[in-house]
Design a binder for this molecule. Structure first.
Ligand code: MN
Length: 354
């Protein structure tokens, strides 16, 4: 089905053969986690190249594909002979390793190689009902992980111990792994949007920003909450409330037809009014699915417009050096009249104070 649609789009773009090498796109079109290159031609005879170590799993999973096991030094030769066989003129590719790109250009002068993943994302950014169900489950699993962290959060516990709780609870509940490495940004570290996890002990008064996601049948979720250990100072409470207000205002506008740029602006304007826009150092959100970051993007320079079936994050944040950082994030499914939260977790100031 998906391959059939891809072939239609290739015909529209006048591409004779498409070489897919992004792992997640190979999975999307072939159903296997094993292949390295998927060549799709207009005759609907996809060819999956798998290193010998992944041949067995690829053969089992990749239904409807010819599967070819290769040794490293055979890649150029195999791809070239496939291109020759179908007399390919225009060859699209998404993400070829530079040595493969150079090698093919040298060997196959008859072809024009075009770097474009537009048609792949045209498909992948609109989730079908089956994908929506998997994403719902990935979202629930993230919420389970966040809950276990909230239950373990207290003075004296270390960041890595909190992360371990989340891994344990999510995988016990059926996650096959993490969507990305967990980030636990406590105290002075809360000003790092990408903080990782350290052995730092949680102290009274800390902001603790937890960013995590589960992977469920290859689909990813993304959820962030900032907790406050003890009663917040007035300043900390204000930072928190501003981020929450920005998130709520933007969320109201998440629906088919909304522009990524406008959504980002809605959140940014609210943070701006409080005098903090220079501390909102990233974009409002991003698409999520088989990859943790994918189109569409919701940023100041976004050209994207939301459509039903997009799954995106909404995640404003403020990070003030010397004072602290807050981010609140949910993964949502865009519909005609609004958005459905796929991650659900408390977010009012009262509820996140431990
Ligand atoms: Mn995110």
């Amino acid at each position: 089905m998906r391959l059939r649609r891809l072939v239609e789009l290739m015909e529209r773009e006048r591409i004779d053969v498409y070489i897919i090498s992004q792992k997640s796109s190979i999975y999307y079109y072939s159903g296997t986690t094993g292949g390295t290159f998927l060549l799709v031609n207009l005759d609907f005879e996809p060819l999956l190249l798998a290193p010998k170590v992944d041949y067995t799993i690829s053969l089992e999973q990749a239904k409807g594909c010819r599967v070819y096991p290769y040794k490293r030094d055979q890649i150029l030769e195999i791809i070239e002979s496939e291109l020759k066989k179908i007399n390919a003129r225009v060859i699209g590719f998404d993400d070829l390793p530079i040595e493969v790109y150079k090698g093919l250009n040298e060997r196959y002068k008859e072809g024009e190689f075009i770097n474009t993943s537009k048609i792949i994302w045209e498909m992948r950014k609109i989730k079908d009902p089956q994908e929506e169900a998997l994403m719902r489950r990935a979202g629930e699993l993230a919420s389970i992980g966040m809950n276990s962290i909230m239950e373990s959060l207290r003075e004296g516990v270390r960041e890595f111990e909190l992360a371990a709780e989340a891994v344990h609870s999510m995988m016990r509940a059926g996650a096959e792994g993490l969507a990305f490495p967990i980030s636990i940004a406590s105290g002075p570290r809360s000003v790092y949007p990408h903080a990782g996890v350290t052995d730092r002990e949680i102290k009274r008064g800390d902001f603790v920003t937890v960013d995590l996601g589960a992977s469920y049948k290859e689909y990813k979720s993304d959820l962030t909450r900032t907790f406050i250990v003890g009663r917040p100072t007035k300043e900390k409470a204000e930072i928190y409330e501003t981020v929450l207000k920005a998130k709520e205002a933007a969320m109201m506008e998440f629906k088919e037809g909304a522009k990524g740029r406008d959504l980002d602006k809605t959140a940014r304007d609210i943070i701006d009014k409080e005098g903090s826009s220079e501390y909102f150092v990233h974009s409002l959100g991003h698409g999520v699915g088989l990859d943790i970051h994918e189109p569409p993007s919701l940023s100041e320079i976004s050209e994207d417009t939301l459509t039903s079936g997009n799954i995106v994050t909404c995640e404003p944040g403020i990070y003030i050096p010397g004072k602290g950082g807050v981010r609140i994030e949910d993964t949502v499914l865009v519909g005609r009249g609004g958005a459905e939260r796929l991650t659900r977790f408390v977010e009012s100031l009262d509820e996140v104070c431990i």
